[in-house]
Design a protein around this ligand. Structure first.
Ligand SMILES: NC(=O)C1=CN([C@@H]2O[C@H](COP(=O)(O)OP(=O)(O)OC[C@H]3O[C@@H](n4cnc5c(N)ncnc54)[C@H](O)[C@@H]3O)[C@@H](O)[C@H]2O)C=CC1
Ligand SMILES: O=C(O)CCC(=O)C(=O)O
Length: 389
């Protein structure tokens, strides 16, 4: 029986993937084999020895201490693309909210009603203060052309916008999905200098933290409208507040409000709703649970952010799953231990991702705990699991 701890509310469709006969799932258990999480901050989380995998039902993994997980031989999964449509739709909403003063206008209508005014009359008299430009014919810059950015760029072309996209690491899949109407920007300056609207869809990393700051805003057009449905830390709040105050930035739509930024002029704060649709919550939860189940039961890895994709059909009665550093000599060490025990290797796959590697060895014999311990002791080995049918 595997023990799965949930750190956020997970869609029931995802939980149903983890059948009760094989998985105990609760927010209130210890010695967990796996964790299912959405946005809960895990940086101070104490890993029990039992923990083998963390599945993030969502895209961003900046709430998880991925380096610490790698060192402890814990696989971290996410669910690429599973919530992209939900975020794309909110981005379209954000573009409109940044333009058409709907939020301020609606609040104003309510105050009129509250003050006892004749709302019908007040509306016609007061509406001119809420005029805002159309999107058609304007220029949009999309920073980050991954699962979300591509969809936002493509749909914006259908709204009649001229779209520039920037992504120095554009994947082949993303390139194939990108509309030919989207102009490829080769640097951020092109986006900053040319766009009336800018939307960021990149992960929060040391490289992207604070990328929207006074230096970048200075390059932008006066009255630019900025959308941030990616992560709060991508924007320097102090610099943004100054730019909003001066009017250099006409509107800032953020899915990551905090006490400071909500004070700003023309800030449209959204309570982190990017992925909050039933469809997206279900997609993410199902994908995360399936990946977790497949790793715990069969050792197969798909969509991990710290370890390579490795899926192998079973070809023996037992399987060794070894997470190790990507250094010479480890595989030789593993096969040496097995051949000394006279164990035949039925099938073996090794894959690496940056500094870490994963080796799956199928064998046709049960081996003693001592042999597993010998493999565990090989230089560079971080975690060994022994699975049997
Ligand atoms: N508001 C919300 O609820 C949600 C927010 N997000 C955020 O959006 C981010 C993007 O999500 P996805 O598109 O699904 O991820 P993704 O991994 O498919 O795409 C990210 C893209 O950013 C690119 N990139 C990385 N560094 C860059 C840089 N310095 N400049 C330009 N491009 C760069 C990558 O090459 C990649 O193509 C996530 O990391 C997460 O932080 C994602 C889902 C929901
Ligand atoms: O689970 C959520 O609501 C947050 C989604 C998100 O921010 C992400 O997928 O990166």
């Amino acid at each position: 029986m595997f023990r799965i701890k949930t750190l956020n509310k997970i869609s029931p469709a995802g939980l149903s993937v983890l059948e009760q006969s094989r998985f105990a799932v609760s927010s209130d258990l210890c010695d967990e084999d796996g964790v299912l999480v959405r946005s809960a901050d895990m940086h101070a989380y104490a890993f029990p020895d039992s923990l083998r995998a963390i599945a993030r039902a969502g895209a961003g993994t900046n709430n998880i201490p991925v380096d610490r997980c790698s060192e402890a031989g814990i696989v971290v999964f996410n669910t690429p693309g599973a919530n992209a449509n939900a975020v794309k739709e909110l981005a379209v909403c954000g573009l409109l909210l940044a333009s058409r003063k709907v939020v301020d206008g609606a609040a104003w209508v309510r105050t009129q009603a509250g003050m006892g005014a004749d709302v019908e009359q007040a509306v016609e008299k007061g509406k001119s203060q809420f005029v805002g430009p159309e999107l058609m014919g304007k220029t949009l810059g999309v920073v980050g052309l991954g699962a979300i950015g591509v969809q936002v760029a493509n749909i914006a072309t259908k709204l009649g916008m001229t779209v520039y996209g920037y992504d120095p690491f554009l994947s082949v899949d993303a390139a194939l999905s990108l509309s030919r109407l989207v102009h490829r920007a080769l640097d951020l300056e092109t986006i900053y200098k040319n766009c009336d609207y800018i939307t960021v869809h990149v992960p929060l990393t040391p490289d992207t933290r604070g990328m929207i700051c006074t230096d970048s805003i200075q390059m932008m057009k006066g009255g630019v409208r900025i959308l941030n449905l990616a992560r709060g830390g991508l924007v320097n709040d102090d610099d943004m507040l100054l730019a909003l105050e001066s009017g250099k930035v006409a509107a800032y739509v953020t899915d990551f409000p905090n006490n400071k930024i909500v004070q700003g002029k023309n800030v449209i704060p959204i309570p982190h709703l990017g992925a909050s649709s039933p469809e997206s919550e279900e997609n993410c939860a199902v994908m995360a649970a399936q990946q977790l189940r497949e790793y715990l039961e069969n050792g197969n890895i798909k969509n991990s952010v710290n370890l390579p994709t490795l899926e192998q059909e079973w070809s023996g009665i037992a399987r060794l799953c070894i997470i190790h550093r990507n250094i010479p000599g480890t595989i030789a060490g593993i096969t040496k231990v097995l051949s000394e025990e006279n164990v035949n290797v039925e099938n073996m796959t090794n894959k690496s991702k940056k500094d870490y590697a994963y080796t799956v060895v199928d064998i046709n014999a049960k081996i003693k705990d001592l042999v597993v311990d010998e493999i565990r002791a090989i230089d560079g080995v971080l975690r060994v699991r022994f699975l049997s049918h």
